[in-house]
Design a protein around this ligand. Sequence first.
Ligand SMILES: Cc1cc2nc3c(=O)[nH]c(=O)nc-3n(C[C@H](O)[C@H](O)[C@H](O)COP(=O)(O)OP(=O)(O)OC[C@H]3O[C@@H](n4cnc5c(N)ncnc54)[C@H](O)[C@@H]3O)c2cc1C
Length: 416
Amino acid sequence: MAVSPGLTLACALAQYGVKAVLLDEDNTVGVKGASSRGICYAQKTLEIFKRLGIYERIAKKGVQWSVGRTFAGADEVYSFDLRQQQTHSLSQQPPFINIQQFYIEGFLVEQIYRFGQTDPCIDLRWNNRVTAFAQNAQFATLSITTPAGDYTLQAEHVIDCTGSRSPFRAWCGASVTAKKGDDRWCIADVRFRDHPPVERHTWVEAPFNENRAVWQHLMADDVWRIDYQMAPDCDPEQVSREDVVRARLNAQFSAQSGRELRPEEYEIVWVGPYAYRSECLDNLRHGRVFFAGDSAHVVSPFGARGGNSGAQDADNLAWKLAAVVQGYASPQLLDSYHLERHEAAQHNVLVTDRTARFCVRLMAPSVCFARQHSAWRAGICLPGSWSIPVACLRPTPTPTQAPAGPPAGWPRKTSH
Ligand SMILES: Cc1cc2nc3c(=O)[nH]c(=O)nc-3n(C[C@H](O)[C@H](O)[C@H](O)COP(=O)(O)OP(=O)(O)OC[C@H]3O[C@@H](n4cnc5c(N)ncnc54)[C@H](O)[C@@H]3O)c2cc1C
């Protein structure tokens, strides 16, 4: 079920020629009521999208960046160029592409329909809400509500991608290790007439934001994501009011240019206040159910690991399901999904929590940010190391690999 990891998985299964039903209670791409949550897609994810045949569209629509600069007040305290890092030269994909999540999801849907023209393996059912679930030794049963009426569906395997409010967690009795952040942020997605440089800029102390942190990125359609750290006790409605957002933008850009930012020079595309929490299921498999994406793990947005790791979950699971369903591997192969992706999820929680704690600590009254703060050297706040994908960090168990020599014609469909 459902969007980024669900669509990635469905697209991969279509490529392998595996029959699956994709259910979504919604009938749109993107997140209801939110312009775009995810914006930043990492190299490993881009490699997956290349195999699925949507990379070229992402590269054409999105914005490539590799230079990041970090400021404390007016001082640049750190900068990096990801292209100079040795590991990135091994891939044909760039370190990152920034693009709104709804474009990726739209491309995946179109690719699933395209694959379906020759072999309709994936049955995509919009406005189909799963309302109950049970499983036994033979199969899983899903109860589904649609505008046309209710029905039940039996399945051999269920992949839950229903996001951070997954009902499957309760239905399966899945235990979760969770932590709530007390940090508050407010996003402003903005289009400027004269736009800032195509670099990722971070302020750990932004004088124009009461010395709180600010992140600034460009994404597709010339839209800038500017993410402002707010006071922990702020009122989300108040901080996202249009006049308050305009005052914040003016404070930032007039400080940089030395003159007032006039309303006709920019357009506010979307505003979204948010808080975050981190969660990880203790087991990513419960019988016939596999948890992927935010239903399996939720992390703070710092480091762009949420959607990226969801796509990597899907990539890890797809070929295993295909190999088992098509009889090329024993069902035990599916157990390696938890071993590998739980390890990755825990690592992502660790790194994003550390970054979030670092941002919060900077704001503590007792902490005076020192330019030579050891955190810089430790790489805590450096997104260059943020989104390095983790398949499995320990030497054992050995990460599984898709068979080097799969049966002829596997996957069955080519990218385009
Ligand atoms: C501010 C912010 C910035 C972010 N930036 C990035 C970034 O730059 N890069 C990145 O990789 N990630 C980023 N993320 C994280 C990313 O957006 C999420 O990890 C991703 O959306 C999770 O996808 P998902 O499909 O697991 O869950 P969701 O996107 O929540 O999708 C859940 C889907 O399940 C469906 N559904 C729910 N319940 C049911 C049901 N009962 N029956 C049927 N369907 C159901 C919903 O309709 C929906 O389509 C960011 C998140 C935030 C909040």
